[in-house]
Design a binder for this molecule. Structure first.
Ligand SMILES: NS(=O)(=O)c1ccc(C(=O)NCc2ccccc2F)cc1
Ligand SMILES: [Zn+2]
Length: 258
């Protein structure tokens, strides 16, 4: 099979051939249906402590554009539904070719034009890869933020300004060391959906505690357009790099808000 992608001949409908877990009972993304979620008063706010990275790259890996530090630096996530500390690994994006599509998770069937994922791994493991393979839904914690078109996002501007430099698959640039990742996050990480799920791309491992924020982040139309100029390994626009929603099966979606 051609390496996995999002085209007709290698897209989500094909992934089960290499990754049978694609048809598993804890797959992501899902449609977050407000009538079916359950408020959990035990859910605390999350705390993300992100330290500026001295050595990080912004890269085009053929299926997303991704901020990837060369090593951990103590940036971590705690609180919310998490029982232990999670180390920051990377962040990346999923987007569409127009403003009506692009996000992976949906809210009552509504798609946003893009979704930003901050990936963290359970610090009781020796490495990210061990955490992915650790079994059960506590290996990774991924924060999902919907993006909608509105005001320019000054915190994301250093990143969206780099997109034209990683237009082609397999390219990367160094991220200036004064990039402030913490500034991307809302001041308080409240009002989120959380459920047990999976990676949304192969290997689709069912190792993720998903935490999807209700409040979208805003980016300008120009920032949104920048994503749409990114090219995949087949030389086609990368837009549309989102997996459709998967069945919820026997899972509950909890909310930190009423
Ligand atoms: N869209 S998402 O659910 O946030 C997501 C996050 C991380 C990965 C990833 O690291 N894949 C590569 C990989 C490398 C090493 C070991 C296992 C892997 F999946 C895939 C999807
Ligand atoms: Zn993702």
């Amino acid at each position: 099979m051609a390496p996995w992608g999002y085209e007709k001949d290698n897209g989500p409908a094909h992934w089960h051939k290499d990754c049978p877990i694609a048809n598993g009972k804890n797959q992501s993304p899902i449609d977050l249906i407000n009538g079916e979620v359950k408020y959990d008063s035990g859910l605390k706010p999350l705390t993300a402590k992100y330290v500026p990275f001295s050595d990080a790259k912004f890269l085009n890996n053929g299926h997303s554009v991704q901020f990837q530090p060369s090593a951990g630096n103590g940036s971590e996530l705690t609180g919310g539904p998490l029982a232990v500390k999670y180390n920051f690994e990377q962040f990346h994006f999923h987007w569409g070719n127009n403003d009506t599509e692009g996000s992976e998770h949906r809210v009552d069937g509504k798609m946003y034009p893009a979704e930003l994922h901050f990936v963290h791994w359970n610090s009781t493991n020796p490495s990210f890869k061990d955490a992915v393979g650790s079994g059960g839904p506590n290996g990774l914690a991924v924060l999902g933020f919907f993006l909608k078109v509105g005001a320019e996002n000054a915190a994301l501007k250093p990143i969206t300004d780099l997109i034209p430099k990683v237009k082609d698959a397999g390219t990367s640039v160094t991220v200036p060391s004064n990039f402030d990742m913490q500034a991307i996050l809302p001041a308080t990480l409240t009002d989120y959906y959380t459920y047990d799920g999976s990676l949304t791309t192969p290997p689709l491992a069912e190792c993720v505690k998903w935490i999807v924020f209700k409040q979208p982040l805003e980016v300008s139309a120009a920032q949104m357009e920048a994503f749409r100029s990114v090219i995949n390994r087949d030389g086609k626009p990368m837009g549309g790099n989102y997996r459709p929603p998967c069945p919820l099966h026997d899972r509950a979606v909890k909310t930190s808000f009423k």
